[in-house]
Design a protein around this ligand. Structure first.
Ligand SMILES: Cc1ncc(C[n+]2csc(CCOP(=O)(O)OP(=O)(O)O)c2C)c(N)n1
Length: 165
């Protein structure tokens, strides 16, 4: 809430706008007097979140939880080394969690349904990547809806014997 945002004041902002300000510095919140002020340390909170997620990933149960399965896929991908596989992902939870958990070790190795979540691109992406980069394995991680959206593309790709998992 600094000069870039005109300090949240009229005439740039309507006087009726209600601001929620989150800042590591209590004094800044007191200075700006937002409708709601939250003092929070993002670094501390993100470390807490990481340890919560790690505990979920480490949970070895059968049948698998969603997070256990993600950890298994993550570890296999990491073990492959270089050239790292290209990960293609789509779905809702699958894509969101995948973005956090499926660690990439090389640039330009992630393709997903993007900002607007346009499901249906996954298998097309996989065929394109497998043809363009035959030296890399393509790992497709999709929700069942995402896969069902264009599952027939998988049959299309079979005669091409592409490098996919
Ligand atoms: C073309 C298109 N149609 C509909 C949606 C709305 N939509 C968002 S997530 C979702 C379901 C995703 O389910 P799934 O692929 O099984 O992933 P999961 O959440 O189970 O990981 C739908 C239908 C969309 N994003 N794109």
């Amino acid at each position: 809430m600094n000069a870039h945002y005109y300090f949240g004041e009229p005439p740039k902002w309507s006087k009726d706008v209600k601001f929620i300000l989150v800042d590591v510095d209590k004094e800044k919140i007191e200075l700006r007097k937002p409708r709601l002020g939250i003092v929070g340390d993002v670094t501390k909170k993100s470390k807490e979140n990481v340890s919560k997620i790690e505990a979920q990933l480490a949970n070895d149960v059968v049948p698998f939880t969603f997070m256990t399965l993600m950890r298994i896929i993550r570890d296999v991908i990491l073990q492959m080394g270089s050239p790292a596989p290209v990960i293609v992902s789509e779905g809702l939870n699958t894509m969101d969690v995948g973005r956090t958990v499926l660690v990439q070790t090389e640039p330009r190795t992630w393709l997903d349904a993007g900002t607007w979540g346009k499901i249906g691109v996954g298998l097309g992406y996989y065929i394109a990547v497998a043809i363009a980069s035959p030296e890399r394995l393509v790992v497709v991680v999709e929700g069942d809806f995402g896969f069902g959206f264009n599952a027939m593309e998988f049959e299309v790709s079979c005669p091409l014997f592409l490098n996919v998992f």
